[in-house]
Structures are given as structure tokens and as C-alpha cells.
Design a protein around this ligand. Structure first.
Ligand SMILES: [Zn+2]
Length: 170
């Protein structure tokens, strides 16, 4: 499969960008969003460039949801948020760039935004701290999270994934 040029998610799946990976298998990769809307904000992405239509019609959709379940359990174990929410764009609005917003790019001044016409599906897992409000995926204006902070969060989530896999109760 040829990665789509200038697709942030293809580059991520290929390991071409600095990122804090929390989970990966043959079809799916999950990593911390460079801009954390809350600590533990994770993107779950199919490795292959595909939109929601193609994803949901394929086995990769099932693989992605299995990954979501594992990562969600690990985030809950590692960070104990009050709740956890997921969000994704299914049909981007025409003409939209960067899912409507400049996406969490690790590099300053990047011009590698996705476009609606060429959408690479990605699902946000958002820890939340209060029951009242739906967490916003993009409360941005926020700076990119320091790499050390992302690495530390990722380390905790990966450790929790291992603990979940071992069936521990801690
Ligand atoms: Zn892509």
C-alpha cells in the first residue's frame, strides 16, 4: 500500500513522525495526540489510508474497535479519568481542511493537513474529568505537548496495557 503523500496519519503509521505510541498491531496504531485535550488523549488510526466508509466495511474496522477497547481500558487503568469518550469524523464537510482544524502536528509550521477529499480515518479517545459536559476534541490554542510529557504518559498507558493483558487487578 502506498502511503498518501503528505498524510499525517500515513506518516504516523509508517513511524516517520515523532510520536508516543501506546499500541500497535498489523492493522492499527494508537498514539498520543501531540496536543492533549486532556492527559491521555489518544488517536487510534488504521495503518492503511482509508476513510470511514472503507474502514467500517472492512475487517480493519473490527480490528480498530478491538484496539480502542484495549487502549481505553489501559487509559482508565493508568490515569483513572472520571470517564472516557470517543470521537471521530465520519463524513468530513466538503472543503474542510485538517478535519476543520489544524491537526496536531509535531512540527512547527507544517502544511501537511489532511483534506476532506482525502480523509484518513482517525478516532480520538478522550479522557474526561467531569460528567456534565461532552469533552471537546479541539479546545485548541493549546501548544503541542512537550515530548517528554507525551513519552511519560505513553509509558504509563503501555504499562497498563501489559497489566490488562496479564489480567491483573491493580
Ligand atoms: Zn493516510
Amino acid at each position: 500500500v502506498t502511503p498518501v503523500r503528505s498524510c499525517l496519519y500515513c506518516e504516523s503509521a509508517a513511524g516517520d513522525l515523532p510520536q508516543a505510541v501506546v499500541y500497535e498491531d498489523r492493522e492499527v496504531v494508537a498514539f498520543l495526540d501531540w496536543r492533549q485535550s486532556a492527559p491521555g488523549h489518544v488517536l487510534v488510526v488504521p495503518r492503511r489510508h482509508m476513510d470511514a466508509d472503507e474502514l467500517f466495511a472492512s475487517e480493519t474496522g473490527a480490528a480498530l474497535l478491538r484496539a480502542v477497547r484495549q487502549v481505553a481500558r489501559a487509559v482508565r487503568r493508568a490515569l483513572a479519568p472520571d470517564g472516557l469518550q470517543m470521537g471521530a469524523i465520519v463524513y468530513p464537510a466538503a472543503g474542510m481542511r485538517g478535519s476543520g482544524l489544524p491537526h496536531a502536528a509535531p512540527l512547527a509550521g507544517d502544511d501537511e493537513e489532511e483534506t476532506a477529499e482525502d480523509h484518513h480515518f482517525h478516532l480520538h479517545l478522550l479522557p474526561r474529568r467531569s460528567a456534565g459536559e461532552v469533552a471537546r476534541i479541539f479546545p485548541f490554542g493549546d501548544a503541542v505537548e512537550p515530548a517528554e510529557r507525551l513519552a511519560e504518559l505513553a509509558r504509563r498507558i503501555r504499562a497498563a496495557l501489559v497489566a490488562e493483558a496479564l489480567g491483573g487487578t491493580d
